[in-house]
Design a protein around this ligand. Structure first.
Ligand code: ADP
Length: 479
């Protein structure tokens, strides 16, 4: 299979969709087709669920070290192919090559870490109240699982879902985002080449609704793991209730980034830039609202604006580029609308503010200060290189402003005061807090949100637990 001509992967084989449909995949840096992908539908999704169901019993019964060996091998292959997968990712998704390479490494790390952890899925023996019983707790794989992934991290989101699912002994059907199916094929190819038995992992790309409908209505699918928008997440949660499927949801965010007057300001400027402008701002844990203490707000905003203006925007395959394209025209339009709304409401433009002429979907890295509370940028997830900046008076106000949102995924604070770091971290209503750390996500730690940012955690041991059911066995033991 050519890397720019993707196929579905069902029951251990790459193949075309049942009805033969294909769609172009667009390079967001040029707006041109860079490849094409088979477009599966309900028939293909059903075939994948059939295969995953057939494969489940044997995979679940495979000794953990053997499951682990396959995952480790897959991790090795992903690393061996890192440069090729990263180049493909940059063409398909747009992010700068070094970010793509970092993401491929992290993807391998998900498989490696979960391979190690597969051997440590322990149960419990609980002391009974009588000599005539033994109380055992078993952890067993939940069964066939569905994974729905977004385009912003087209490889690592697959690692984050498939690695713990397979480590736990589950089988899986993956539906990648329509914009980035080719990287998904490359990862599934590594699993295939690592010797994963047929049907254990399957890939069905194509339009979301018919495939999603199979996941929601086929009772054999016992869990849906979703990363994407809050709107789709709410729909999936509601519909999953019909069959009481397990769900884990990693949804939108609107991260506050607090800079206290005792912070190392150079580090804080770099932290904001890394958090907001990495992946062109298309990260669910990106800083969206910057709150700076009033004593340092003027200096800080000048320094930040100068730094943001120095970022080079362009094609991700140019090594000098810091900020690549957005995923498509609608993404540019969304950022433009937030800028226009902000300026119309009296916001102060500190830098940027305009889309860049094509080809490709580029927007200048932008900062707007002093927006009113009802501005779109203050309330709606941006998913682009645009940041809002406000000032605050004291710690209590900073916490109140930070928590004033229905979202609760990630929050950041910069301070050198240990007491403040502890107090504020504890008070932030978020699933993830970065203290002087703009990139908190890592494979061995739980990642996920509170409030409307989702439920369940991915990564770390909690991520693995999400693919396990607890079974209690009460054993009567005659004396
Ligand atoms: P975004 O706006 O970031 O693309 P979405 O929530 O629309 O976020 O997409 C995230 C993932 O969810 C993608 O793989 C997308 O195809 C999928 N998706 C979107 N709508 C549905 C749906 N109705 N059922 C199942 N999956 C869906």
């Amino acid at each position: 299979m050519r890397v720019d001509s993707g196929q579905l992967y069902i029951d251990g084989a790459f193949r075309e969709a049942a009805d033969g449909r294909r769609a172009e995949v667009v390079n967001p840096a040029t707006g041109d087709a860079m490849g094409s992908m088979a477009q599966g539908g309900a028939v293909d999704a059903r075939a994948a669920v059939d295969a995953a169901t057939r494969a489940f019993a044997a995979w679940a019964a495979t000794p953990a070290p053997e499951r682990a060996a396959v995952l480790r091998k897959a991790a090795d292959l992903i690393l061996q192919r890192r440069d090729a997968i990263a180049a493909l990712m940059t063409r398909e998704q747009g992010k700068p090559l070094r970010e793509s390479a970092g993401e491929v490494t992290m993807t391998a790390d998900y498989f490696q870490w979960n391979a190690e952890e597969a051997r440590r899925i322990y149960g419990d023996i609980i002391p009974a109240s009588t000599r005539a019983k033994r109380l055992l707790v078993l952890r067993q794989p939940v069964g066939v699982t569905a994974a729905i992934t977004p385009w912003n991290f087209p490889a690592s989101m697959i690692g984050r879902k498939l690695a713990p699912a397979l480590a736990a002994g589950c089988t899986a059907v993956l539906k990648p985002a329509p914009a980035t199916p080719l990287v998904a094929c490359a990862i599934l190819q590594c699993l295939h080449d690592a010797g994963l038995p047929a049907g254990v992992a399957n890939l069905v790309a194509g339009p979301a609704e018919p495939i999603g409908e199979v996941f929601l209505t086929d009772a054999r699918v016992r869990k849906i793991s979703f990363t994407g928008s809050t709107a789709v997440g709410k729909m999936l949660l509601g519909r999953a209730a019909e069959q009481m499927k397990k769900v884990s949801l990693e949804l939108g965010g609107h991260a506050p980034f607090l800079v206290f007057p005792d912070a190392d300001l150079d580090q804080a400027v770099e932290g904001v830039v890394s958090s907001r402008y990495r992946n062109a701002g298309q990260t669910c844990i990106c800083a969206n609202r910057l709150y700076v203490h009033e004593d340092i707000a003027a200096t800080f905003s000048q320094r930040l604006a100068a730094r943001v203006q120095s970022l080079r925007v362009g094609r991700g395959d140019d090594p000098s580029v810091d900020v690549g394209p957005l995923i498509g025209a609608a993404a540019v339009e969304r950022v433009r609308a937030q800028v226009e709304d902000g300026l119309a409401r009296g916001g102060r433009l500190l830098c940027g503010g305009e889309p860049l002429p094509g080809p490709g979907y580029f927007f200048q890295p932008t900062v707007i200060a002093d927006l009113p509370p009802d501005a779109l940028l203050r309330n709606q997830e941006t998913f682009g290189p645009l940041l809002g900046l406000w000032s605050f008076r004291d710690e209590a106000e900073a916490i109140a402003l930070a928590n004033d949102t229905p979202y609760g995924l990630a929050a950041y604070l910069y301070t050198r005061d240990l007491g403040r770091a502890v107090r504020v971290s504890e008070a932030l209503e978020y699933g993830i807090v970065g203290v002087n750390d703009p990139v908190p996500a890592t494979v061995q730690a739980p990642f996920g949100g509170v409030k409307e940012s989702g439920m369940g955690r991915e990564g770390g041991y909690e991520g693995l637990l999400g693919f396990l059911e607890t079974k209690f066995v009460s054993l009567a033991v005659p004396s």
